[in-house]
Design a protein around this ligand. Structure first.
Ligand code: ADP
Length: 705
C-alpha cells in the first residue's frame, strides 16, 4: 500500500521534473531564438547603415574623380559599387522572411542603380569631355534627389527593423520571465512531492517500528498473562515435546527449563501414576485429541498435590497441529473442600438426629424430603412413610401453605422465624391423635431451590407445666393477699387490748401509790415499757403491711419537700443529738411523696441513731445517672457496718444492735426496701466499721404518659 504511494509520489515528482525540464528547455530554446532574431535585426540595421555608407562613398568618389580626375577616386567608386551590391544582397537575404521589407528593396536597388549610373555618367564625361562637362552633370542636382529618396527608403526599412527589434526584445524578455517562473514553480512542486514522499516513508518506518513494539508488547503480555494465571501452563511442539513453561510451573515444582524440556516433566510425576499418565497423553498427542487427566505432581517441598490437567492442540489453517497448549489446575483444595463437605454433611446429619425437636425439610411442592428420628417418633411414622409425603398430613391444613410461602419469603430476607408461640397449633399423629406444637422455620438454599427446614417442637409437656405454674401463681397471690390482710387486721386489732393493758397498769401504779412495795413498782414499770415497745412494733408492722396497699398514684414531687417533711418529723431527735444535717440541691421526681418522706425519715433517723462519739453529721444528695434514674444518698459519720451484713440489714426484724444499746424494731430498712421495690427502684449500702455509712437508693424516672 505504502510502497504504491511512494512509487506514485516519486513517479509524479519525476514527471513534473521532466515537464519542467522540457518547458524550460523550450523556454531557453525560444529565448535563444528571440535572441537570434534580435541579433538578426541588428545585422539588418548594420547592413542598412553599410548601404548608406556605400552610397555616400559612391557619391563622394565619383565627384572626386569628376573634379580631380585622380584614379584613387575611380578605384574607390568601383569598390563602393561592389560593396553596395554585396550589402544590398545581404539585406535582401536577411529580410527574406519579411515580405514587408522585401517590398521596399526593389525601389532601394533601383535608386542605388540610378545613383551608380549617374556616377558612371559623371566619370565618363570627365574622361571624355573634360572637367566642365563632368561638373555640370554633377551640379544638375539629380544625384541629391536620388540620395534623398534613397535615404528615405533606408530609414523606412530601419524603422520597421527597429520596431521588430523592440517587439523581439519584449518577446524575449517575456519568455525568459516565463521560463523562470515555470522553472521555479516546477522545482518547488517537485521538491514538495519529494519531501512528501520522504515524510511518508519516514512515517512508514516509524509505524513499522511501532508495529514491532506492539508485537514485542503482545508477546510480553502473553508471557505476563501466562505467568499470572493461577494454573501451571506449558507449550509443546506438534510431537508433544514441551519447550515452554510459565513461571508458576517453576515456582511450584522448583525445577528449571533445562530439566523439564521435552519429556522432562516425568521427573515430577508420582511413580504410581507415571505409566498411566504417559500412555494417555502420548495417545492424545498422536491422535491430536484434547487431553484431560487428573494426577499428583511433586512440588518443590517434595509434597504432591493433585492437578486437573488439560491440553488443546493449536492447528494451522489446514488443520495440521502446530503445537499444544496445556494447563495444570491445582485441585487439592477442591478435593479437601469436598472431603470437608462430606464431613460437614455427616456432622449436620448427626446434629439433625441429635436435635430434641422433630425436624422435617420440605421442598417447594410441600413434600417432605428429609427428616430426623424425632420426627418419626413424634408423628408415629417410619422414615420411609414420611419421605415424599405431603407435609399437610402431619401439620394443620392451611398452615402448610403458609409455611412454604413464609419459608420462601424468609429465604429472601434470610431470617429464621418462629411460628406458633401464642397460637394453638396441633400436629397429627399417624393414629389420628393430635398434640400441641410450636414450629420454627428457616430457609435452606439448595441446588433444588429453596427448601424449608421445619423444626416441630412437641409442647405437650410445656403446656402442662404452664397450666400448673399459672395455678401455683394464682394460689400464691391469694395466700399473700390473705397474709397481708391478716397482718394488717391483727396488728390493728392488737393495738386496742394493748392500749388497755398499758393504761390499766399505769392506773394501778397511780392508785396504789405508797401501798405497793418497791418490787411491785419495778414490775409495773417493766409492764408499761413492754407495752410501749409492743405498740411501736405494731405501728411499724402496720406501716410495713400498708406499703403494698396504701400506695397512691405517682406524681411529680419535689424531693426537697419530702426531705424537709422527714426532717420536721425528726426535729426532736436532731435537736437532742445536736446533729448537723445538710443537703445538696434536690430534684423533682415522679413518685409517691409520703413514701419518699418515709424513706428519708428512716435513713436520716438511722444515720443519727447509730452515731459514734462525735456529734452526728449527715449529708443528703442526689445525682442523675444514665439519664433515666436518680440516685439519692444519705451519708453519716457514725458506727459503720461490717460488709458481711450489707444484705441482712434490709430483712424484716434483722438488727445488728441489741435493744439495750439502741432502740429499734428492725423494720425500718425493710420498709424502705419494700417501697423501692414497688417503685421499681433499689437500695444498697456502702460502709466500713468506724468510718460511717452511706445508704443509696435509686428511683427510676417514670415516663409521663
Ligand atoms: P432498727 O433501726 O429499727 O434496728 P433498721 O431496719 O432501720 O432497724 O436497721 C437495721 C439494722 O441496721 C440496725 O439495727 C442497725 O444495726 C443497722 N443500721 C441501720 N442504719 C445504720 C447506720 N446508719 N449505721 C450503722 N448501722 C445501721
Amino acid at each position: 500500500m505504502l510502497k504504491r504511494k511512494v512509487q506514485l509520489a516519486f513517479g509524479s515528482a519525476i514527471v513534473i521534473l521532466l515537464v519542467v525540464g522540457a518547458v524550460s528547455y523550450r523556454g531557453i530554446f525560444l529565448s535563444r531564438e528571440s535572441d537570434r532574431w534580435v541579433r538578426h535585426s541588428h545585422e539588418v540595421l548594420e547592413n542598412l547603415q553599410n548601404l548608406v555608407t556605400d552610397m555616400e562613398r559612391i557619391e563622394s568618389s565619383d565627384r572626386g574623380f569628376a573634379l580631380t580626375g585622380e584614379m584613387v577616386y575611380l578605384e574607390s567608386y568601383r569598390a563602393s559599387v561592389l560593396s553596395a551590391g554585396q550589402d544590398a544582397a545581404a539585406v535582401r537575404t536577411l529580410t527574406k522572411d519579411n515580405p514587408k521589407q522585401q517590398l521596399q528593396l526593389p525601389a532601394l536597388e533601383d535608386l542605388m542603380a540610378q545613383k551608380i549610373r549617374l556616377g558612371g555618367v559623371a566619370i565618363l564625361l570627365r574622361q571624355t569631355k573634360g572637367v566642365e562637362a563632368a561638373a555640370e552633370a554633377i551640379g544638375s542636382g539629380r544625384g541629391q534627389l536620388i540620395m534623398a529618396d534613397y535615404l528615405g527608403i533606408v530609414s523606412k526599412i530601419q524603422d520597421e527593423e527597429l520596431r521588430l527589434l523592440l517587439l523581439r526584445n519584449v518577446e524575449s524578455n517575456r519568455r525568459r520571465a516565463q521560463t523562470k517562473t515555470i522553472l521555479l514553480f516546477g522545482t518547488v512542486l517537485g521538491v514538495l512531492i519529494a519531501v512528501g514522499a520522504g515524510w511518508m516513508v519516514s512515517r512508514d518506518i516509524a509505524a513499522r517500528g511501532l508495529a514491532e513494539d506492539a508485537l514485542r508488547e503482545g508477546e510480553e503480555r502473553f508471557r505476563n498473562l501466562a505467568n499470572n494465571i493461577s494454573q501451571l501452563a506449558w507449550m509443546a511442539d506438534e510431537k508433544g515435546a514441551i519447550f515452554w513453561y510459565n513461571q508458576r510451573w517453576f515456582d511450584y515444582s522448583g525445577t528449571t527449563l533445562e530439566e523439564m524440556v521435552g519429556w522432562g516433566w516425568q521427573k515430577v510425576q508420582h511413580p504410581d501414576h507415571l505409566q498411566r499418565v504417559v500412555d494417555k497423553i502420548s495417545r492424545c498427542f498422536q491422535k491430536g485429541e484434547v487431553w484431560e487427566d487428573t494426577f499428583p505432581l511433586r512440588g518443590r517441598d517434595g509434597n504432591y498435590r493433585w492437578f486437573l490437567s488439560q491440553a488443546v492442540p493449536i492447528r494451522d489453517s489446514e488443520g495440521k497441529v502446530l503445537r499444544w497448549f496445556g494447563t495444570n489446575t491445582d485441585i487439592s483444595v477442591l478435593q479437601e473442600a469436598e472431603r470437608h463437605l462430606a464431613q460437614m454433611e455427616s456432622r449436620y446429619r448427626g446434629l439433625l438426629e441429635a436435635a430434641p425437636d422433630a425436624i422435617v425439610v420440605v421442598n417447594q411442592a410441600g413434600k417432605i424430603v428429609l427428616l430426623n428420628v424425632q420426627a418419626e417418633k413424634q408423628f408415629g411414622y417410619t422414615r420411609d412413610e414420611l419421605i415424599g409425603q405431603e407435609v399437610t398430613n402431619i401439620i394443620p391444613e392451611g398452615f402448610a401453605e403458609r409455611l412454604i410461602a413464609d419459608g420462601t419469603r424468609s429465604a429472601t430476607e434470610a431470617v429464621t422465624q418462629q411460628i406458633g408461640t401464642g397460637i394453638e397449633l396441633s400436629g397429627r399423629r399417624k393414629d389420628g391423635s393430635e398434640f400441641p406444637i410450636e414450629i420454627m422455620l428457616s430457609p435452606l438454599e439448595s441446588a433444588e431451590g429453596v427448601l424449608v427446614t421445619t423444626a416441630i417442637r412437641d409442647i405437650t409437656e410445656r403446656r402442662r407445666s404452664e397450666v400448673h405454674l399459672r395455678k401455683t401463681v394464682r394460689e400464691l397471690k391469694r395466700s399473700n393477699d390473705e397474709l397481708q390482710q391478716f397482718a394488717y387486721v391483727s396488728s390493728h386489732d392488737l393495738q386496742e387490748p394493748l392500749r388497755m393493758v398499758s393504761s390499766y397498769t399505769q392506773l394501778l401504779a397511780k392508785r396504789y401509790q405508797g401501798r405497793l412495795d418497791s418490787d411491785a413498782h419495778e414490775f409495773i414499770a417493766f409492764a408499761v415499757d413492754g407495752c410501749n415497745r409492743m405498740q411501736g412494733l405494731i405501728q411499724d408492722l402496720l406501716a410495713y403491711s400498708r406499703v403494698g396497699t396504701n400506695g397512691k398514684e405517682l406524681s411529680e414531687v419535689s424531693s426537697e419537700n419530702a426531705l424537709q417533711k422527714a426532717l420536721t418529723n425528726l426535729r426532736i431527735t436532731i435537736e437532742q443529738s445536736g446533729a448537723d444535717v445538710t443537703h445538696d440541691s434536690m430534684p423533682v421526681v415522679t413518685t409517691d411523696e409520703t413514701q419518699l418522706t418515709l424513706i428519708f425519715q428512716n435513713l436520716v433517723g438511722n444515720a443519727i441513731k447509730y452515731r459514734g462519739a462525735a456529734p452526728p453529721r449527715v449529708h443528703v444528695s442526689a445525682t442523675r445517672n444514665g439519664g433515666n434514674e436518680w440516685t439519692f444518698s444519705v451519708r453519716d459519720n457514725g458506727l459503720g457496718i461490717d460488709p458481711q451484713y450489707f444484705e441482712r440489714i434490709f430483712i424484716l426484724f434483722q438488727r445488728l444492735h441489741g435493744r439495750d444499746e439502741f432502740e429499734g424494731t428492725g423494720i425500718g430498712l425493710a420498709i424502705c426496701k419494700k417501697i423501692l421495690e414497688r417503685l421499681g427502684g433499689r437500695i444498697w449500702v456502702e460502709s466500713q466499721p468506724e468510718k460511717g455509712s452511706t445508704f443509696y437508693f435509686a428511683l427510676p424516672e417514670i415516663e409521663e404518659k
